[in-house]
Design a protein around this ligand. Structure first.
Ligand code: GAP
Length: 513
């Protein structure tokens, strides 16, 4: 079996080889933690955006979308707390000269203990066979309980130390756990320091009058500063939400793991404005709604879990991550945050403008509370892509690489293949493509033997291939090949649309949420 590392390397090389993700400015040897999406990657990314936007905006009558600018007035970031508090605790290894996030070093240590728990579970599952009850094992096995207690203790202490800004204790913890530099193996650490993650830039031509700006580190603030504009012009009644998809920038200390942690990335965020005192109930509801969105894509309930935060950001009274099982273990994919009235209240104070809502039911004015859902688009791309990539051994002993993307996200949904490039088969194939292209993303492919074309489409994640052969000219039927089962069926051309609808029409997927 391939190790986590090997699996992840395959994900990165497959993404490049098949036009999904390229290192940025590669001809100049790339730019650290910056990536470009290729011809297939950009479509997959757009399809993820579309699935999110439809689920959030189109299907909720009380959620609307906006598209705010990346540049914002610099006071925005004072008010939001990012100038003072958007820091990561960093630590340097004196021998390797490598810089790490102190909290990530500790979390990685805990992830290793998690792996030990998983091994215990796998061993027990083998020993007990069909009688194995995972839940019972996890709650009663003394070794597992010991590991869990250890993890909880470490994370709790780290959370408390970070909360109190006790960076000396964070370093003590690293030393007590005997965490070594992954590069050099050395335990020769500097003190832990805070490092602000915002990128600065300048607006204006002349050096004296240019204004210092930040590239936005989250899209959310573009929503907060437009709260009154949208509420008034859209005549929105609380509770209501504002959604947005856009770029965000963070000068990450440790940008690694491919598109998992980038310096330029995209977020899909929604701020839901609610009456004070109701935030807890909305927070729970949005946690579930967002999990259901993920589950509707069919990537397996076992691959998701909630992680409730011990250490809360300066603006939150509750927060949880939806974690996904990436090739390198369970990691944050999406955050659900109960942000209180911190942001609107603070913008009210800094701008001097009233950011309040008159609630006719309560007959009072208030600054609304906010529940936020925030998912990284690139991280979602990585979740979908890495989960989809498989190496399969077939019955005849040969193997194939297949990208089992959800049908509605696949960059090409159907490939139409004439068996040979003559005898009128290309004309009929193009004809079929032209009929289907109004509803689906269809490609025409006539190069190479049909078996090789199937393999190519498997590797690109195309859910269906339609093969046109000589019989098609006589009886207007074609072969429909399913990517996942590799089963082939003969069906009339006239029946293609209704046959493909269930698998490829976004409506049927959204109805599962
Ligand atoms: N507005 C709240 C906010 O920005 P966050 O937890 O810092 O919260 C939300 O970020 C999501 O954005 C994360 O769950 C993750 O999916 C994504 N994200 C954050 N930093 C990222 C980075 N450096 N690269 C890629 N995605 C990132």
């Amino acid at each position: 079996m391939a190790t986590q590392n090997e699996t992840f390397k395959k994900v990165i090389s497959h993404a490049k080889e098949y036009g999904f993700v390229f290192p940025s400015s590669e001809i100049y040897d790339g730019l650290s933690a910056v990536y470009d999406y290729g011809q297939n990657g950009s479509t997959l990314k757009n399809n993820i955006k579309n699935y999110w936007w439809r689920a959030m905006v189109q299907l909720h009558e009380n959620i609307v979308g906006i598209d705010a600018a990346i540049f914002m007035h610099p006071t925005t970031w004072k008010a939001s707390g990012h100038v003072d508090a958007f820091n990561d605790p960093l630590i340097d290894n004196k021998d390797s000269k490598k810089r790490y996030r102190a909290d990530v070093l500790i979390e990685d240590y805990c992830a290793k203990i998690e792996t030990k728990i998983e091994k215990e579970v796998a061993k027990a599952a083998k020993r007990f066979g069909e009688d194995f009850d995972k839940e019972q094992f996890l709650t009663t096995n003394s070794r597992v309980l010991g590991y869990q207690q250890k993890i909880e203790g470490i994370l709790k202490r780290m959370g408390q130390s970070l909360e109190k800004e006790d960076l000396a204790d964070v370093k003590n913890l690293i030393e007590e756990l005997e965490i070594a530099c992954p590069e050099s193996g050395s335990r020769n650490w500097t003190e832990v320091k805070q490092f602000n993650l915002m990128f600065g830039t300048k607006l204006g031509a002349s050096a004296d009058s240019a204004m210092d700006l930040f590239l936005r580190p989250e899209t959310a603030q573009g929503i907060f500063v437009n709260f009154m504009n949208v509420q008034k012009t859209g005549r929105m009644k609380i509770p209501f939400g504002i959604a947005q998809i856009g770029k965000a920038f963070r000068n990450e200390i440790v940008a690694r793991q491919f598109i998992f942690r980038m310096r330029e990335f995209e977020q899909m965020e929604m701020q839901f404005f609610v009456p004070p005192g109701t935030q807890k109930q909305w927070y729970e509801q949005w946690k579930q709604t967002r999990l259901n969105w993920h589950l509707s894509l069919g990537m397996g309930a076992d691959n998701y879990r909630f992680h409730d935060h011990e250490k809360l950001a300066h603006y939150a009274d509750a927060a949880a991550d939806i974690e996904f099982k990436f090739p390198f273990g369970f990691k944050e994919l999406e955050g659900i945050h109960s942000r209180t009235d911190f942001d609107l209240g603070s913008h009210e104070e800094f701008s001097g403008k009233r950011l309040q809502y008159f609630d006719p039911e309560r007959n009072e004015n208030y600054v609304p509370y906010v529940v936020e859902t925030s998912i990284g688009l690139d991280r979602m791309f990585l979740a979908v892509f890495s989960h989809a990539l498989r190496e399969e051994t077939l019955e005849d002993g040969s193997s194939r690489t297949v990208l089992k993307l959800p049908g509605i996200l696949a960059p090409t949904q159907i490939a139409v293949l004439p068996l040979v490039k003559k005898d009128g088969l290309p004309d009929l194939a193009r004809n079929i493509k032209d009929k289907l292209k109004w509803d689906y993303a269809v490609n025409y492919d006539e190069k190479d033997a049909v078996g090789r074309r199937y393999r190519r489409q498997d590797a690109l994640g195309t859910p269906f291939c339609i093969t046109v052969d000589h019989q098609s000219l006589e009886d207007q039927t074609v072969t429909l090949r399913d990517r996942d089962t590799m089963k082939q069926e003969r069906i009339p051309i006239a029946g293609l649309n209704s046959r493909l609808d269930q698998s490829l029409n976004i409506k049927h997927w959204l109805q599962k949420i």
